[in-house]
Design a protein around this ligand. Structure first.
Ligand code: GLY
Length: 424
């Protein structure tokens, strides 16, 4: 078989890496890919939103199926486009991808299907939003969220009325997030630990992956600016058997809702859960693999990834048993100096040849003069697995310490919650 992976980050490197291990796969292509991905796949110079050229490439090269990494092509309807051309593709349709691409749609969906989530009001008019906030307490925390996709920048956590008013004005008046902020949600603020529950689904049934935790802030102890994710680990001890059972009931409702709405969903669904005290609430849906969670999760998958994709595409997940290693996995992201604000690129990455017991997924690299150089904010994801979390952490950091490039920064406390038993 031949497979095309769409995307260019650490998540897509992990997906390509897993496909490349399959005895059923003869060739992995990745569009557009990155420097590191070229070690396991052939990079194809087509952007993720150029559906026509992507589909032509698949036809000409007799590619058996396509796997979509990021949300943008899904939200733009790549799955619908490929299906119209008779091509097999893993991912939700444009309509189903609204679970991620419209926060208002997803909140309405949650309300309709009795899925626990924070209270909210949505607004399409700035004056209505500001009027609503007039009665908000000055010091009561609140979340203001852009309805559309905003590359992780669409949520403003505000300490009270004034911050929320500013957030609404920035999004709706000043259009700092472009079209994504045309409509907004003002949402009850929940302060609790978060968990990422990812499932494979064929739209009828689903199979859960080990629950993971992302680390969104740039600095240790969850301080500083929000990023695309500075590390992840799985399985997260916070996800006890009891909690998983509760979340399982929620996921069942989501899948039942997807069926009832006749949404065409064959792919990965990411349920972002936040603990409201001891009760799991759904914070958000993503309609694809999470990043960096996927970099931690896929090394734990103890079977051929192609079998899962085939079962998803053939609506046959109910008859597939998915096997996971019993290990723990920790992923530490190495980022460029200055990230998530402005940063320089083009620095040589040194020490990769010294890596012994870790996998290095590339997120923002390219090859220049036969050397890897930095080309993005998040540069690498280094992943180690071990039978206990402490060993996985020790292993990953001993490998991380061997890699260097000018300005490199990374968190030193990935998986700390798992290690010290703290949950927030
Ligand atoms: N790790 C969060 C995301 O993938 O959106």
């Amino acid at each position: 078989m031949k497979v095309l992976v769409v995307g260019s980050g650490g998540r897509e490197h992990a997906i390509c890496w897993k496909f490349a291990k399959s005895s059923k796969i003869e060739k992995v292509y990745c569009a557009p890919g990155n420097g590191g991905i070229s070690q396991v796949a052939e990079n194809v110079d087509i952007t993720v939103d150029d559906f026509n050229r992507l589909a032509d490439f698949v036809k000409v090269n007799n590619i058996n199926f396509t796997f979509v990494g990021p949300e943008i092509p899904l939200s733009l309807g790549i799955v619908d486009y490929f299906k119209e051309r008779g091509l097999r593709i893993v991912g939700p349709s444009k309509g189903a991808a609204r679970l991620e691409s419209s926060k208002i749609y997803s909140k309405k969906f949650m309300r309709k299907y009795g899925i626990p989530t924070a209270e909210y009001n949505s607004f399409s008019n700035v004056n209505d939003a500001l009027k609503f906030l007039e009665s908000w307490e000055a010091n009561k925390k609140v979340a203001v969220k852009a309805d559309g996709l905003a590359a992780g920048k669409g949520v403003y956590m505000c300490s009270g009325r004034e911050g929320a008013v500013n957030a609404v004005k920035q999004m709706m008046d000043e259009k700092v997030l472009g079209a994504a902020g045309t409509n907004v949600i003002v949402e009850e603020y929940i302060d609790g630990p978060e968990l990422s529950y990812l499932v494979f689904t064929d739209g009828e049934t689903y199979c859960a992956m080990p629950a993971s935790q992302d680390h969104k802030r740039i600095n240790d102890n969850d301080k500083g600016l929000n990023t695309g994710g500075m590390g992840a680990y799985a399985p997260a001890p916070l996800a006890t058997e009891e909690l998983n059972k509760e979340v399982d009931t929620i996921i069942r409702k989501v899948i039942d809702g997807i069926k009832a709405e006749k949404l065409d969903y064959k792919g990965v669904l990411y349920i972002g859960v936040i603990m409201n005290g001891s009760t799991p609430y759904v914070l958000e849906f993503n309609c694809r693999f999470g990043d960096p969670e996927t970099q931690a999760i896929l090394p734990l998958l103890d079977m051929d990834f192609v079998d899962i994709c085939t079962a998803v595409l053939d609506k046959n997940l109910a008859n597939l048993k998915i096997n996971w290693k019993k290990d723990f996995s920790v992923c530490v992201v190495l980022a460029s100096g200055g990230y998530p604000e402005s940063f320089k690129k083009g620095f040589e990455i040194k020490g990769l040849e010294n890596i012994k017991d870790a996998i290095v997924f590339h997120a923002g690299t390219k090859i220049e003069n036969e050397k890897f150089v930095t080309s993005g904010g998040r540069v690498l994801g280094v992943v180690s697995t071990a039978s206990d979390i402490k060993n996985a952490i020790d292993k990953v950091y001993s490998n991380v310490s061997m890699i260097n490039f000018e300005g490199v920064r990374y968190r030193k406390d990935i998986a700390w919650r798992a290690l010290n038993g703290k949950q927030d």
